[in-house]
Design a protein around this ligand. Structure first.
Ligand code: C5P
Length: 313
């Protein structure tokens, strides 16, 4: 086949702890990542020329070589030049449903879909580790986005251990349309404020990651205990993002009093999510927050946890 359509789900962070610095300039993290049903659709097809073309229905998404989906296709053409010569260029159409610069890995999941789609279209038969190796060159969240589900991520975020599926929980996401948070800014601010407490020794980093792996959040996930998971949500980046964005902080406080199982900012924000045990509860909380903060700039999504990453439609 010379064209494929793929579903590329967003993710939220149920847990994000910053452990220390890395020699490559990134941070050592321990995260628990969760795919959600809110997803972009990616269509890819072969071109008779050797171009890579990206188009997207969202005005904030770049359609040039700075788009991570473009970079994913470029990486494939460089890695497999003979197959590229045989099949020609790639046209990528992104139907964007995931909010942009929101802490939901929207760009990363599109890039993951392009890797999976080109692998299929060019009949490369790449193994999961081969796809993961390509994915980590594009960004820290791209490897997770390929298989998705629920996973513990360490290192830069690219070392993944799958956790039991949690696909019965719902979330309400809230995001101000006009607020975008820069991820590099969030990590840089965290380093300048909290860098003194970073763990320096490799064995101490490993032992902290192992503690999280055998700790209460992973146990709550194994028990599918939504209330416990809600209590244990954690994100270190809230410490720098919330003080800098008072509206996000206020949104979080309003969610906190809504009766949800738990509330947290996802990734570097500014999306805040409320964990819910049912779709009915999620819809009720969405209505509650809409009436408490009647701001036309504030968007909401009700969506469910999902147990898969990139899917071919
Ligand atoms: O890997 P990715 O391009 O998604 O990361 C975006 C930015 O987030 C990086 O440029 C870096 O500033 C920060 N980051 C970090 N440590 C990580 C992941 C991301 O400092 N483990």
């Amino acid at each position: 086949m010379h064209s494929y359509s793929l579903t590329a789900p967003a993710k939220i962070n149920l847990y994000l702890e910053i452990l220390g610095d890395r020699s490559d300039g990134y941070h050592e993290l321990v995260m628990i990542l969760q795919s959600i049903e809110l997803a972009d659709q990616i269509d890819i097809r072969s071109l008779s020329t050797d171009d890579i073309r990206v188009s997207c229905n969202h005005p904030q998404v770049p359609q040039d070589e700075t788009n991570l989906a473009y970079k994913a296709a470029k990486l494939m053409t460089e890695r497999f030049p003979d197959v590229f010569a045989q099949f020609g260029g790639v046209e990528i159409t992104i139907n964007k449903q995931i909010p942009v610069a929101a802490g939901l890995a929207g760009g990363s999941t599109d890039a993951a879909a392009v890797l999976v789609g080109i692998d299929m279209m060019w009949q490369l038969g790449l193994t999961h580790p081969e796809l993961q190796e390509l994915a980590q060159q594009l960004g820290s969240d791209v490897p997770f986005c390929i298989a998705g589900g629920t996973a513990l991520a360490t290192g830069r975020g690219e070392q993944l251990s799958p956790l039991p599926d949690l696909d019965s929980l719902y979330v309400v996401l809230g995001k101000y349309r006009s607020i975008a948070v820069s991820t590099p800014w969030a990590y840089k601010s965290y380093r300048s404020e909290f860098g003194d407490s970073y763990i320096r020794k490799t064995e101490d980093l490993e032992s902290r990651a192992a503690q999280v792996h055998s700790g209460p959040m992973v146990k709550a996930i194994a028990n599918k205990d939504g209330s416990e998971i809600g209590q244990l949500l954690h994100n270190d980046l809230e410490k720098v993002v919330l003080p800098a964005y008072p509206q996000v902080s206020q949104l979080r406080d309003t969610f906190q009093n809504s009766g949800a199982l738990g509330v947290m900012m996802s990734g570097s924000g500014p999306t805040v999510f409320a964990l819910c045990e049912s779709q009915a509860q999620a819809q009720e909380i969405e209505q509650q927050i809409r009436s408490k903060i009647p701001d036309p700039d504030l968007d909401f999504w009700v969506t469910k946890f999902c147990s898969t990453g990139i899917r071919i439609i």
